[in-house]
Write a protein that binds this ligand. Structure first.
Ligand code: DGJ
Length: 726
């Protein structure tokens, strides 16, 4: 609910459990007055303290009043160069070279429903949303801003976006345009970020904010394996169930900056948006720029509640899921089984072993097109390699369908190999700067997706393949970071637009694919989880979480990912042992339990499994299908922390609390291990739950006292408890 106090220019956004407030003060400066647990409201500007601070200047309207400074007041969207020395939200430069932005409020609009953003992914939904638009202007430069706020009460979600327009008669260079600025009038906070590298993504890092700026960012052209565009600020003591925490995510898949600043007043500012690194957008007279959407959830009760609210909102109001209301298929992918070494018989053999076990979708990974016999060639030539697959998809797909399975395939549209017909015909279509040798990544180059003719060509050839057979699923991969970011299609003074134009190009093709093939389930991938972000999720309902398929390493990766992203978004497969990335051997049962904390599938040649393993797989698949709704759409609770505890555990609870599934995985075992109990969460305290069809336990006992865990015999053991209320 959005409440406007027109007289005092106070804008209050209420969600189910939180309140967010701003006020345009007597100088029309937009102040941020409050964000936190839901309160009645009123004008909370009384919380703001005024004092004369040395070296904090006063705007001219303040006259002799030295207590009024942009440097000390909590700002809703911070200005630049006119008195606030904390992180600026925006920087622009007219032809005179000044870089000053003095933003004053000129009006507002209130609308029912949710705004959308041209060419950019954004949360969507109907009448349950409300939108507030606040108008700001720098009247000297004649640059106006619209600050968008979307409110989805039931999920405690507040979205934000910014549109900038140049109303002057000369061009203006936009050099920074954050999507979100959030000032806290408190300093006792920790900054939580999700970091790692290829094959070790989204490991949680938590540290108290120190004086100065702490940040994570990407300058790789993708959101990256290394840092995620989702961060949390929380009070020092916050944990899964206690304390205020604020999650902020960017609905964007390119370079980003998430910066938290602890100021001279020992309070905090959070800034989130496109990375100003190598960003400069020319605003011609009359032209505008739209910054990507950011989304906030505040939970007064710890991380668990925050995650569940993000999960709901992402599942229901961000992801365009062709399987909405249906079950997504359990898949088998041939990558780890064959890499590039396959032909049609090999693929059909893998599918044939999988079908009787209940697996429903066969995914042909990299290597099916052009001269793609290794990762050094073929990218860009999207036509079937008939030496490997005689008769093309027209021959292969019916063979898979005859086994009762549907068919999917892998693509990597943004890339080109030097050894390809596409590169030989259009060497200038790859990103590269004049008179410089270019860098290769996985021996490949990046196509200039800012150029429409490049996108049209690539999409045209992929569209032909997708239309040539019955294709139910596409895995969209991307296997290198961007370097040599220069486009022959842009003048020198507009090269700073290229990183963002590249991302807009990716979104354009994803949008076309969604429009032309609405039934196809697209799985995002970027060498695993190098582009695991809300921007991609808008188009690709699931994203391959990591190239690391080791079930024990995956515990940490999936744990970190779960802080923002739902189970139904996390691509997770059972793979063969010894694991290709770690050499570790984890029992099949455990590999299944861990993959079931994601989308669930297999990535191995099941012809090489024992009859017992096949029976286990059959049971796993049947169990997953039976409990699909609970696993994929249930409320998710983290019960143990893989970084601190000797085991990892999580739980899904149905919205009516009649069912729950608890999954536990022990790490390496030790002699004389202590007795352990695990306390469950989210159950109905008054209900009696039958556990795995056997004993009955009261909900309050399971939550307050816990469940005694049996001692694991051996390393990496797992267990699942299915609870049903009697
Ligand atoms: C990287 C992906 O993450 C893998 O799953 C696989 O598809 C390879 N690329 C194929 O080249």
């Amino acid at each position: 609910m959005i409440v406007l106090d027109q007289e005092n220019k106070v804008f209050t956004l209420h969600t189910q459990n939180t309140t967010y407030q701003m006020k345009a003060d007597h100088n029309r400066v937009l102040l941020h007055t409050y964000y936190g647990p839901r309160i009645r409201g009123g004008d909370l500007s009384r919380l703001i303290q005024y004092a004369d601070r040395g070296f904090s200047p006063n705007p001219s309207e303040a006259g002799d009043n030295r207590t009024y400074s942009l440097d000390t007041l909590p700002q809703e969207y911070s200005s630049c160069g006119v008195g606030d020395f904390r992180l600026p939200s925006i920087e622009f430069e007219p032809e005179d070279g000044s870089r000053l932005a003095d933003l004053r409020c000129t009006g507002y609009e209130l609308k029912k429903g949710k705004y959308s953003l041209p060419g950019l992914p954004a949360f969507f939904g109907g009448e349950e949303w409300e939108t507030l638009v606040i108008h700001l202007i720098d009247s000297t430069c004649k640059v106006s801003l619209k600050l968008y706020y979307g409110v989805l009460e039931r999920c405690d979600l507040i979205t934000r976006a910014v549109q900038v327009v140049n109303h002057g008669s000369r061009p203006v260079q936009l050099r920074r345009c954050a999507s979100l600025c959030l000032d806290f009038q408190r300093g006792d906070m920790d900054f939580i970020t999700f970091n790692g590298c290829h094959a070790q993504e989204r490991n949680l890092d938590r540290a108290p904010l120190r004086q100065g700026v702490q940040s994570v960012e990407s300058v790789r052209g993708t959101s990256s394996h290394h840092h995620n565009p989702f961060v949390i600020l929380c009070e020092h003591g916050a944990d899964e169930d206690y304390g205020a925490c604020y999650g902020a995510m960017l609905v964007y898949s390119g370079n980003f900056l998430a910066a938290a600043e602890r100021t001279q007043l020992e309070n905090n500012r959070l800034l989130l948006g496109i990375n100003p690194y190598h960003f400069c957008w020319t605003l011609a007279p009359g032209a505008g720029f739209t910054a990507p959407e950011a989304a906030l959830v505040c939970s007064p009760q710890g991380f668990g509640q925050m995650s569940r609210q993000f999960h709901r909102a992402i599942r229901e109001n961000l992801i365009h899921d062709p399987c909405r209301g249906k079950r997504r298929p359990v898949l088998i992918n041939n990558w780890e089984a064959t890499e590039f070494r396959f032909d049609a018989d090999k693929l059909v053999g893998i599918a044939r072993a999988a079908a009787p076990l209940g697996i429903e979708l066969f995914v042909m990974d990299d290597g099916w097109f052009g001269c793609r016999d290794s990762d050094r060639s073929g990218l860009g030539d999207w036509s079937v390699n008939e030496e490997k697959l005689p008769g093309g998809l027209g021959a292969l797909v019916p063979k898979i369908e005859n086994l009762g399975m549907s068919f999917g395939l892998w693509i990597e549209p943004e890339m080109v190999s030097e050894d390809s017909a596409l590169y030989r015909a259009h060497p200038d279509w790859a990103l590269q700067a004049p008179n410089r040798p270019f860098a290769r990544g996985r021996s490949q180059l990046v196509l200039d997706f800012s150029r429409k003719e490049v996108r049209d060509h690539v999409y045209g050839s992929i569209k032909q393949v997708l239309a040539s057979a019955d294709i139910a699923y596409v895995k969209w991969d991307m296997n290198r970071s961007l370097t040599d970011v220069w486009s022959s299609a842009l003048p020198a003074d507009r090269q700073g637009e290229l990183f963002h134009r590249f991302v807009l190009g990716v979104y354009d093709i994803l949008e076309r694919m969604r429009r032309d093939f609405p039934h196809i389930l697209i799985e995002g991938c970027c060498g695993g989880g190098g582009r695991f972000d809300a921007g991609m999720l808008y188009y690709t309902p699931q994203i391959w979480c990591s190239d690391n398929t080791d079930a024990i390493d995956r515990l940490a990766i999936q744990y970190g990912t779960s802080f923002c992203y739902p189970v139904s978004a996390m691509g997770a497969h059972v793979s063969a042992v010894p694991n290709q990335q770690t050499g570790r051997c984890v029992p099949m049962e455990t590999r299944g339990v861990v993959a079931m904390a994601g989308t669930f599938g297999y990535e191995m040649d099941l012809n090489h499994t024992t009859p017992e393993e096949k029976e286990t797989i059959k049971r796993q698949v049947a169990f997953f299908k039976e409990h699909y709704e609970l696993i994929q759409r249930g409320d998710y609770y983290r019960l143990a922390d893989p970084f601190r505890d000797p085991f990892t555990a999580w739980e899904q609870v149905s919205p009516d609390r009649r069912e729950a599934l608890v999954s536990l995985v022990s790490h390496s075992n030790h002699a004389a291990a202590p007795f352990r109990t695990i306390r469950l969460k989210g159950l109905d305290p008054d209900a009696q739950y039958r556990v795995n069809g056997e004993e009955v336990w009261p909900g309050d006992v399971l939550m307050a006292a816990g469940w005694p865990m049996p001692m694991p015999a051996g390393d990496y053991r797992s267990m699942q408890l299915y609870l049903r209320a009697e």
